[in-house]
Design a protein around this ligand. Structure first.
Ligand code: IVH
Length: 701
């Protein structure tokens, strides 16, 4: 084999090149597997590098051999199929954002209300910079670093232990000092300083290698290297800012915990400040904002955290972010550029979204060539025309947007933009829905439904996406190809792929046996799926992850859900009331869910899919052995020991369902003074009524 490889790439015939390329791909994938999954490499780093180099040389001469899933596409920050997955012991959450001062005031107000604090009660918050890098979780057992993972989707990240171990500073391999808990997960941000980033780019340029857009990309690209010896050469740093699983508390407050983390050898983000009021927070924000350009690293805002850990515990989480912290972002960065064209994109629900095609421009370190124009009314309101010079802005991770037009620079003869009334993809009418009050929706929608290729494909992309069915190896490109070949029209078709098309797929350009085997495996693995993911994947309007979870918890199985929907068709009566009683449910959402489940076309999609699946399992309830797990509870009247929000959050965390109205299915009504119609309703249905104290007794304090 080695002999064959020594033949200069220039002398290879296309056929020989193809054969060798396929073999190299397979060989490298096997080494990756041994290295990352089994921790047992069987060749030296130098030999591995030689294999990769040869592969890249072949691809350079025969670019057709490059595939999206291939080895060469995996280097850098793009999806790294080579990393093992790690399930986080505790989810890695994100932060809610505040932009204006009022948002910070609201944040404080919410906390005070939730905790029922009195006027004079002091509340301490820790303010710290928000580093622009990527988060990582470092797990220590008995003082030794055993595992490091990226955030991933928050539930599951990538195993980057070998890479993190190469960091020269900030990450102790063994904890210093004493008194650390047996299990300690330290969470923080991996980042690169500005100076190091510039130096790295210079070196990259000299070596003719990839230039990074900003320190964050450089940090991400450097950490997510399949070959840790590359990471080792990159100047990565780590700031600790919180923790995940810990077998014993780190202290009573952020301040105490930070002190201990520092003693054990971590670098914590600075400068921090202890704040007692809104004014303190805002003063810190402005000071850091003024220092922003001179700080050694990029920050995109500051973070405020409630200091007391018992309060953090009580405040808990909403969906994916803690109630006890928020990120106060710095204002967006703006730039001027030429609007070259306006593209109309068609989304999953048929919405036509205008996208500004821009002359590429650098906005705060990122090259921007697309920006959203939101919708037809916005284009008219801002009077945006093709050929205009426009001001665009980007704030954090949001999609850049067109803010306004520089009218003085408008070329003569620029014409008003005419928004299409037909779908640019399928040609069917695009309409604006009018609500009961005669108000037209801002969105113009293609009326084609899944018969419109754009909607069908977007729907399928959503279906396989990470928070839905999460089918690895099927992304945008594969969906487009499979759709074009007529293989998939609806979700169920994806599960028919292994039997119907795998053999054919093996023969297609760019799909080797290994990648088809992996694809088939990925599909087969998902024949068992959580009901919440199942519901979210359907792409029902207004049903995001959180609502999907609530609905799934309520009905538990697709069969029960569908039976209830059939019963609720009359839109009054018990089943309809039951649907409406689910938390976060309103008429519009209930209607969307009911409509989806009962309309012929979408019901077929569900039925076909269910036939392909082995098991759709009820979503896990947080705590199953509590007295109220699985029970449906309604709160009414004024509560004295808790705020309503806190009581609700507590009930949910104990595995109860919280409903907004009383029905026969309600298990308990918790009624405080001033309870009205709900109390009467409960008495009518014979639902047990509890006082706040009864409730506390029931849940154990
Ligand atoms: S605290 C449970 N503190 O910002 C709360 N996050 O937008 C955990 N980040 O995913 C986050 N600096 O990657 C926290 N001082 C800081 C931070 C920080 C940067 C990142 C972190 C997080 C993201 C949320």
């Amino acid at each position: 084999m080695a002999g064959q490889r020594e033949k200069p790439v220039a002398d290879l015939t296309p056929n020989r090149a193809k054969l060798e390329h396929a073999r190299l791909e397979e060989e490298i994938a096997a080494h990756d597997q041994r290295y990352h999954q089994q921790d047992a490499p069987s060749i030296s780093d130098a030999d591995y590098d030689a294999l990769k180099k040869r592969l890249l040389e072949i691809e350079e001469k025969f670019p057709d051999l490059k595939t999206l899933t291939g080895v060469s596409s995996r280097v850098g920050a793009t999806p790294a199929a080579g990393f093992a997955k790690v399930r986080h012991a505790k989810p890695m959450l994100s932060l809610d954002n505040a932009f204006a001062d009022e948002d910070v005031a609201d944040f404080l107000g919410r906390i005070r209300r939730f905790l029922n604090l009195k006027e004079g009660d002091d509340i301490i918050l820790i303010a710290e910079p928000k580093i622009d890098g990527l988060s990582a979780s470092l797990r220590y057992e008995n003082g030794a670093l055993v595992r490091a993972a990226t955030r991933g989707d928050g539930q599951e990240g990538e195993d980057v232990t070998a890479n993190i171990r190469t960091l020269q500073h900030d990450v102790p391999h063994k904890l210093h000092g004493k008194g650390w808990p047996e299990v300690l997960e330290v969470r923080g941000e991996v980042y690169m300083t500005r100076a190091d980033f510039l130096k790295l780019n210079e070196a990259q340029e000299t070596a003719g290698q990839k230039i990074f857009a900003n320190p964050r990309n450089a940090a991400a690209g450097s950490l997510r290297q399949l070959d840790p010896s590359v990471t080792a050469k990159r100047p990565l740093r780590f700031f600790g800012y919180y923790w995940g699983e810990v077998s014993a508390p780190l202290g009573r407050s952020m301040q105490e915990s930070r002190k201990r983390l520092a003693e054990w050898g971590f670098t914590l983000n600075t400068p921090v400040r202890v704040c007692h009021s809104l004014d303190d927070l805002l003063a810190y924000y402005r000071e850091i904002g003024a220092q922003r350009a001179t700080l050694p690293f990029d920050i995109d805002g500051v973070v405020y955290k409630v200091d007391r850990l018992d309060w953090q515990e009580r405040l808990g989480f909403i969906s994916r972010s803690p109630r006890w912290a928020t990120a106060h972002k710095f204002p967006a960065e703006q730039a001027q550029t030429l609007l070259e064209n306006i593209d109309i994109q068609v989304g999953r629900t048929g919405t036509l979204t205008p996208v500004a095609k821009l002359k590429p421009v650098n906005v705060g370190g990122v090259l921007v060539s697309n920006a959203t124009l939101h919708n037809e009314d916005e284009i008219r309101r801002k009077d945006v025309r093709i050929g205009d010079t426009v001001i665009i802005q980007r704030a954090g991770d949001v999609i850049p947007q067109v803010v306004s037009v520089v009218l003085e620079k408008r070329p003569k003869g620029a014409e008003e933009f005419v928004f299409p009334t037909k779908c640019p993809v399928c040609g069917q009418p695009a309409e604006r829905e009018v609500d009961a009050a005669g108000e037209a929706d801002v969105r113009r929608r293609c009326t084609g439904g899944v018969s419109c290729p754009a909607q069908a494909m977007e729907g399928l992309r959503h279906f396989v996406s990470r928070n839905a069915f999460d089918i690895e190896g099927i992304g945008e490109k594969q969906i487009a190809a499979f759709y074009e070949w007529g293989w998939i029209k609806e979700p169920a078709d994806i599960f028919r792929l292994p039997k119907k098309h795998a053999a054919e797929l093996r023969k297609k350009e760019g799909y080797g046996d290994t990648s088809v085997d992996n694809l088939v495996r990925a599909i087969e693995q998902r024949r068992t799926i959580g009901f919440d993911r199942f519901l979210f994947a359907l792409g029902i309007r207004h049903v995001g992850q959180e609502r999907a979870r609530l609905v799934a918890m309520h009905y538990e199985t697709p069969e029960r859900w569908l039976a209830a929907m059939d019963e609720a068709k009359d839109r009054h009566g018990e089943a309809w009331g039951d649907l409406n009683s689910i938390d976060k449910m309103g008429d519009v959402v209930a209607e969307a869910i009911l409509g989806f489940a009962t309309r012929r076309q979408s019901r077929n999609v569900i039925d076909h899919l269910l036939k392909e699946l082995a098991d759709v399992v009820p979503p896990a309830r947080p705590v199953t052995d509590s007295a109220v797990a699985g029970k449906t509870v309604v709160f009414t009247g004024s509560l004295e020991k808790f705020t309503r929000d806190e009581a609700k959050a507590r009930a949910l965390s104990l595995g109860a369902k919280v409903a907004g109205s009383v029905s026969k299915k309600t298990d308990y009504l918790v009624a405080g003074p001033g309870a009205g119609s709900k109390l009467a309703e409960a008495q009518k249905h014979g639902v047990p009524v509890l006082s706040e104290d009864d409730w506390l007794k029931l849940i154990g304090g």
